[in-house]
Design a protein around this ligand. Structure first.
Ligand SMILES: C[S@@+](CC[C@H](N)C(=O)[O-])C[C@H]1O[C@@H](n2cnc3c(N)ncnc32)[C@H](O)[C@@H]1O
Length: 276
């Protein structure tokens, strides 16, 4: 890990701090204070690697293979679920994340699976400052893009993703179905992403500028994430405005769906330029 990474690990806060007006915390940099050690330690209980692998199947692996993509940058590594899956499937993976504690956990997880993870601490907004080379594919998964609160941060991150890809690279970015939460209220099949059956993940406040989720564990402990509720077409528009083309959106890994039904959307966007 870089010196910068070590310093941020040493300075990392131990408990989540939202102050006495948690619904007013709407800030991109705050993700660093949300992924504290105790929450990072429990993240895998929340997502349950085995159940998640079963629910996603070979979706990402088949997609990348079909497009002959081999060199992948996971920009939201978290505890390493997708990085490890792709390593197991033979891809060349670089694992990035802005949070040093997440990367330490991901490195340990990869080691348990017999892999030495190539990891780099990088905030998306300055991605190309910290990574080397260009990639066939960038994955930004697990509803991570939602952490960016300012539109300028979102545009900046997408521009950095675009620039880190080879000329014909692909971006795979997912999000919760916030349209459904904002327009119809929260419901979840609990089948994708947060698969741990003893853990609950639910919004405790939602408005057009904030989705505050509470994650409750069997021992009674609770953690929170404050996120920006991205509407699907808004995200698609931003991706296109960053220069990507042919943006295709799956709902819960299906090509066809009713808008309010899926819990999650996956956007697949091509950098290859068609001048038509
Ligand atoms: C919801 S977790 C998802 C982790 C993992 N992809 C998964 O599916 O389990 C979001 C991750 O994005 C990272 N992240 C959030 N904002 C970031 C930023 N601006 N730059 C880099 N990483 C960021 C967090 O540190 C965290 O590890």
């Amino acid at each position: 890990m870089s010196r910068h990474g070590l310093v941020s690990l040493l300075k990392a806060p131990e408990i989540q701090e939202f102050g006495n007006r948690p619904n007013s915390v709407r800030e991109t940099n705050h993700y660093q204070e949300e992924y504290v050690q105790k929450f990072v330690e429990r993240w895998d209980e929340l997502i349950d690697w085995q159940a998640r692998a079963e629910s996603e199947g070979r979706f990402f692996i088949d997609l990348l293979k079909k497009q002959s993509k081999h060199k992948v940058l996971d920009v939201a590594t978290g505890t390493g679920f997708h990085s490890v899956q792709l390593l197991e499937a033979g891809f060349n993976v670089t694992s990035a994340d802005g949070n040093a504690q997440m990367l330490v956990k991901a490195f340990e997880n990869a080691k348990k699976h017999g892999h030495i993870m190539q990891s780099v601490q990088a905030d998306w907004r300055w991605l190309n400052r910290d990574i080397d080379g260009k990639y066939d594919a960038i994955i930004c998964l697990g509803n991570s893009f939602t952490h960016l609160f300012k539109e300028s941060d979102r545009r900046r991150a997408l521009a950095e993703f675009y620039s880190a890809l080879k000329h014909d690279g692909v971006l795979i970015l997912d999000q919760r179905n916030y349209d459904s939460i904002l327009d119809h209220g929260f419901s979840s099949k609990h089948r994708y992403y947060y698969c741990g059956d003893k853990v609950s993940a639910e919004p405790i406040h939602v408005d057009e500028g904030l989705a505050r989720f509470e994650y409750s564990f069997p021992d009674g402990s609770k953690h929170h994430l404050n996120m920006f509720p991205l509407r699907k077409d808004y995200t698609r528009g931003l991706i296109e405005e960053a220069g990507f083309q042919d943006v295709q959106t799956f709902g819960d890994f299906q090509e066809t769906y009713r808008e309010e039904e899926p819990d999650f959307f996956v956007h697949i966007a091509q950098k290859a330029y068609h001048n038509e």
